[in-house]
Design a protein around this ligand. Structure first.
Ligand code: ADP
Ligand code: ZN
Length: 721
């Protein structure tokens, strides 16, 4: 037999099939060791064939085979071909997505535990007291753990009983499955709206289902029922959420409903746990994969449903190679398996909603919260007026009063600010010097707890200077408010309030997020201050007030999605308020209260917002009416970057000369952040009528990538920094 192998090297030079002779044990999907260029390296078997395309005497044999069963599911052969072509990356890079990295690097192996089974009646000598004790124990139990017994009776005694034929040693594979107490599930009876949604999904002819449901409308229950239906038919399911470590409640809910049939793939697990969860999916022991973006590559066969919750979330776009869109991969998998793909959101992306409106997707709308409670009322606080009134604190009068009432009433509040640290910048009031990172072209944030300056792009830390390094001036001012400052101000204003902070600085460690959310959920704190981490999905019944401190911050980003992001954020964060008994309230602080996006958000008018936004995108020719492509050029020096930029620009400009009708906009420039982690960044930015030239642009990027410079393509990038 001959194995067609892709070698595990991420380089386009070797991105093709190599043939090796092999035995019966090598099957499609296996990982193998093969001789390659004088070394032995890993490879993936894409197919096995009785014939070779080379003279057999020229073909080398494989050196070894890994794992049983084959690591790759059959579906992934098609998917890898499609992805490699679509995103112009070597197939090895795509193949790596389908197996846990720990497994590739040989860092984790299965864990076995040794056990002893009772085998035969034997007679032991009177002096062998320990042996007799172990033998009696073994006989009574029938089957015992080797290590525990060895600790208890002595290794020598246990071994002697085995040697004399009284017991038989064997191994079992152990799963390091992260479980935990998640309590009992309450049975829920579906509401008519939930039942109607499930019926609509079941009877729909379209593959993609978009559930547009207000926060608290019970979307999760619909997902769980769709998963249960798939499992009942003997099928499997993939359930994606934006950031799994942020949703312990969701995890507990899944464990309660599906027990061991659910496997959780997320970065918070240890390497061993991750590997074991993956393995349980691959062997069919687990049938439901839950995780963030990368769980779309779960090794499941026979998918019955794929779910993408909070489908508008930008974390569904990969920002490193391959720069895939999770939605695109999910569509491919849904089509391959002939199953439904369910997207859900209170604020669908403009692209998805427009696809639903045009009939490409089946649109399901849920307008009411489960308990019939109104959505929380959003009050706008005009911060310009506050300043005129002499209020220079971070809290408006309205928010301060609402906070007081909430605390007096024994309820909880959430304060949202999308900026961590104490201050955003440190500025010298005498000469205007701004502290900047040496590796990145960004200003440094002051962190009060460690009394240092931090770069939020590369993580570098700097000492807080006592005087301005430029002019020696002693008046350094903190510009912009971060979460640490909010906490400090809260403590000053409400000394008795118990305040928790949740941002990237407080959530390190395996269970960092979980601990803070649990503390807040257990009402060990009155106020939770946080960045966008606290915006997603949490269900805290006692929260009746949400303060949004800087609602317009994201409005001023130079991104065509700025309005959309702001609308989404306000809706998401507001949705945390008043979810259970009492009506909720939201105070939204802004310096541009007249902005139309805020107007729509305050009224929860998604369709109004959508109609306005889609009309705007059409007249200005932005997505979905065009395709934004950014070709990034990065290198460790300006010369190298400029050299690669020159070639890239020449070719793309040439493409434009031949296809002027395809380009709406084309230019080259420094990226907004000129340097990150010591790499200089340039970009060629364009807006195209459609994707006709996309392949050519990918070709150009591949052509100009070298050891000197990296050139890569981003489509409708979520982040334009
Ligand atoms: P969404 O995901 O749409 O924001 P959730 O799924 O979190 O909404 O549901 C909101 C609340 O309603 C949750 O506390 C959930 O447990 C509850 N809930 C959902 N469906 C039902 C039901 N059929 N009966 C009772 N409670 C429900
Ligand atoms: Zn930096």
């Amino acid at each position: 037999m001959y194995a067609q192998v892709i070698v595990d090297i991420a380089h386009s030079n070797v991105d093709r099939i190599f043939e090796y002779s092999c035995g019966e044990d090598v099957k499609a999907g296996c990982r193998v060791k093969v001789p390659f260029g004088g070394r032995v390296i890993d490879g993936f078997v894409m197919a096995v064939s009785p014939v070779s395309s080379f003279p057999p005497e020229k073909i080398k044999p494989v050196s070894g085979v890994y794992d049983e069963p084959p690591a790759l599911v059959p579906e992934c052969f098609d998917l890898v071909q499609a992805m490699a072509k679509r995103y112009r990356v070597p197939k090895a890079v795509c193949l790596r997505l389908f197996i846990p990295s720990e497994m590739r690097l040989g860092k984790v192996r299965e864990v076995y535990r040794k056990r002893v089974k009772f085998a035969n009646e034997i007679t032991l000598s009177k002096s062998a007291v320990k042996q007799q004790q172990f033998y009696d124990f073994l006989k009574a139990e029938g089957d015992v753990d080797y290590t525990i017994s060895a600790d208890q009776f002595g290794r020598g005694a246990v071994n002697a009983v085995i040697e004399k034929g009284g017991g038989q040693l064997y191994s079992v594979r152990v799963n390091r499955t992260p479980t935990g107490d998640c309590g009992q599930e309450e049975k829920k009876i579906l509401t008519p709206a939930q039942q109607a949604a499930l019926n609509s999904i079941k009877n729909s002819a379209q593959t993609v289902q978009l559930i547009h449901g207000v926060t608290g409308s019970g979307k999760t229950e619909i997902y769980l029922n769709a998963i249960a239906a798939a499992v009942q038919q003997g099928k499997t399911a993939v359930f994606l959420v934006p950031e799994i470590s942020l949703t312990p409640q969701m995890l507990a809910q899944l464990r309660r409903r599906f027990g061991g049939a659910a496997a959780i793939l997320h970065s918070g697990l240890s390497a061993g746990e991750r590997f074991d969860e993956w393995w349980r999916l691959r062997t069919g022991e687990a049938k439901i994969a839950i995780g963030a973006r990368s769980a779309i590559f779960a090794p499941l066969e026979n998918l019955g449903v794929i779910i993408i919750d909070e489908e508008h979330d930008s974390s569904y776009f990969s920002e490193s190679s391959p720069r895939y869109s999770t939605l695109e991969i999910a569509k491919l998998r849904a089509e391959y398996n002939g199953c439904k793909l369910i997207l859900g959101s209170a604020t669908p992306s403009i692209e998805s909603y427009s696809a639903a409106k045009s009939g490409q997707y089946n649109l399901i709308t849920l307008t009411q919260r489960i308990n019939g409670k109104p959505l929380p009322q959003i009050e706008i606080a005009d911060m310009r007026k506050e300043v005129k009134r002499g209020n220079n604190t971070v809290f408006s009068q309205a928010l301060r009063e609402e906070l007081k009432q909430t605390l007096d009433g024994g309820r909880q509040a959430i304060i949202f600010l999308n900026r961590r640290g104490y201050s955003h910048t440190v500025i010298c009031q005498e000469c205007g010097y701004v502290a900047k990172c040496e590796n990145c072209d960004v200003s440094l944030a002051y962190h009060s707890e460690e009394n240092c300056l931090k770069c939020h792009y590369c993580g570098a830390k700097y000492r807080m200077p006592r005087a301005c390094p430029e002019c020696g001036g002693l008046h350094l001012r903190y510009g912009g408010t971060g979460t640490q400052k909010v906490v400090a101000d809260l403590k000053a204003a409400f000394p008795k309030a118990r305040v928790l902070r949740m941002d990237n600085d407080t959530t390190s460690g395996k269970e960092g997020h979980y601990k803070i959310l649990k503390q807040f959920g257990d009402r060990e704190a009155d106020i939770l201050v946080g960045t966008q981490m606290i915006a997603k999905g949490h269900d805290f019944p006692s929260v009746t007030l949400v303060g949004i401190l800087d609602a317009d911050m994201s409005l001023h980003f130079s991104d065509y999605r700025a309005g959309e992001r702001t609308f989404q954020l306000i809706t998401q964060v507001s949705g945390r308020s008043g979810r259970a008994g009492e009506a909720g309230k939201v105070v939204l602080q802004t310096s541009s209260p007249e902005n139309y996006i805020l107007r729509y958000a305050v009224n929860y008018d998604y369709t109004g917002f959508y109609e306005n936004e889609i009309a705007l995108r059409e007249t200005t020719q932005f997505p979905p009416f065009s395709l934004i492509v950014r070709v990034m050029v990065t290198a460790d020096s300006d010369e190298k970057a400029l050299e690669a930029l020159k070639g890239t620009w020449f070719d793309i400009d040439g493409l434009r000369s031949k296809n002027p009708d395809q380009f709406i906009f084309l230019n080259k420039m420094h990226s907004p952040i000129k340097k990150i982690q010591g790499r200089v960044r340039y970009q060629v930015l364009m807006r195209l009528v459609g994707d006709k030239l996309l392949e050519d642009i990918y070709d150009i990027s591949v052509k100009h990538t070298s050891s000197e410079a990296l050139v890569y393509v981003e489509e409708n990038p979520a982040n334009l920094s």
